[in-house]
Design a protein around this ligand. Structure first.
Ligand code: PMP
Length: 397
């Protein structure tokens, strides 16, 4: 019956993470998966989230189904977090926000919507991007192409090429952009570069689709929402998928949202309705618990500032690790430029290591990086950073 079902090659990042779990070497170092670990190498339980959980459990009653679009308190709190409560688009009722199963769920629901209402459109993603972007959008039946993004020679951005490519894009192409902390490269657009994209989006009638999976890991919670607010203020229609996996350390609770900014409130009503239909066909409605933790942290006057301080601490720790790695590498490998570790932002850096060098890191030193050379800097800590730098220096020699 199932002879024609081919073997699944596996997800490259999740498979590497599994291989790490099975590795028995005591000094192994996991820099593969996009998870924030604390200085003890543990996934933190944020004190603000723990306090919110106690409140939620205390108040818990019956467990009805949530509406298809999710819990109202979550949706409002997330919309205000992303767009700002006082922004015109929010006040005019032009923004639709739905609770989704992680931001992966938001991407999937958005992809199904794009396929249904823009069936012939092309999805444009950065070269490179998070592998699952292509998988999710192709899975919904869309054609996926790339625009130039990362400059391997400089470890920076090919902004002029990106702009030129988008100027040639077909009308109503959907352009996937990382709102901050680009995965996998750590290379972001500056605010001035975002501003330069606006006339191109308008002239070409493009539909931006922003992915905000690392809010707070770039410059700050508010600052990392810059692009979202800019596009909204400029009157563009666009999508945003956002996640609380990293910002609240709630990976397994699958907390995310999909927002759509529409030209007017009447269109927003219809977009919401059709999004609900898509959710109904996919998984009916989202789970309750994690979303209530997020809503409580965002709206509780004592917990919100606690969370904001926790995000600062996570961001600062990553930055300290970037600097530590950079400094040891500069000392160990003279003549090579490692400044990209300092300029790239967020959880990831593209190290420029080849697939073979990554294989050697894993096999000889127990240091796990994705074969593209992507390093999850958030896996470094004060005890493993020197060993990581020494292993990297050895494979670069
Ligand atoms: N987008 C990007 C760019 C990501 O890196 C990730 C997580 N690795 C996601 C989306 C998905 O996050 P979530 O856990 O919310 O599904």
């Amino acid at each position: 019956m199932f002879q024609h079902v081919e073997a699944y090659a596996g997800d490259p990042i999740l498979s590497l993470n599994e291989a790490f779990g099975k590795d028995t070497r005591p000094n192994k170092i996991n820099l593969s998966i996009g998870i924030y670990f604390d200085d003890n190498g543990k996934i933190p339980m944020l004190p603000s989230v723990r306090a919110a959980e106690l409140k939620v459990v205390e108040a818990a009653g019956a467990r009805p189904y949530l509406p298809m679009e999710g819990a109202a308190n979550f949706r409002t709190a997330v919309q205000h977090l992303l767009f700002g409560a006082d922004r015109p688009a929010v006040k005019e009722g032009r923004v639709v926000t739905l609770q989704t199963v992680g931001s992966s769920g938001g991407l999937k629901v958005g992809a199904d919507f794009v396929k249904r209402y823009f069936p012939e459109t092309t999805m444009l993603v950065s070269d490179p991007t998070w592998d699952n972007h292509r998988a999710v959008f192709e899975g919904s039946g869309l054609t996926v192409k790339t625009y130039p993004y990362y400059n391997a020679e400089t470890g920076g951005l090919r902004f002029d090429d990106m702009l030129a490519s988008l100027k040639q894009a077909e009308e109503k192409s959907v352009v996937l952009l990382h709102a901050c902390c680009h995965n996998p490269t750590g290379v972001d657009l500056t605010q001035a570069q975002w501003e330069q994209l606006i006339p191109v989006f308008k002239e070409r009638n493009l539909i931006p689709f922003l992915d905000l999976a690392y809010q707070g890991y770039g410059d700050g919670i508010e600052e990392d929402a810059f692009a979202i607010r800019l596009l909204a203020d400029q009157g563009l229609s666009f999508f945003v998928a956002n996640s609380f996996s990293k910002s609240m350390s709630l990976y397994g609770e699958r907390c995310g949202a999909l927002s759509v900014v529409c030209p007017d409130a009447a269109q927003a009503v219809n977009v919401l309705g059709q999004m609900k239909a898509i959710i109904r066909r996919n998984y009916s409605n989202p789970p309750m618990h994690g979303g209530q933790l997020v809503a409580t942290v965002l709206t509780d006057p004592a917990l919100r500032p606690m969370w904001e301080a926790e995000v600062v601490a996570m961001r600062d720790r990553i930055q300290a690790m970037r600097k530590a790695l950079h400094d040891v590498l500069v000392a160990k490998v003279p003549g090579r430029d490692f400044s990209y570790f300092l300029t790239q932002r967020g959880m990831f850096s593209y190290t420029g290591l080849t697939a073979e060098q990554c294989d050697r890191l894993k096999e000889e030193f127990g240091v796990y990086l994705v074969r593209s050379g992507r390093m999850c800097v958030a896996g470094l800590n004060t005890r493993n950073v020197e060993a990581t730098a020494a292993a990297m220096a050895a494979v670069l020699a």
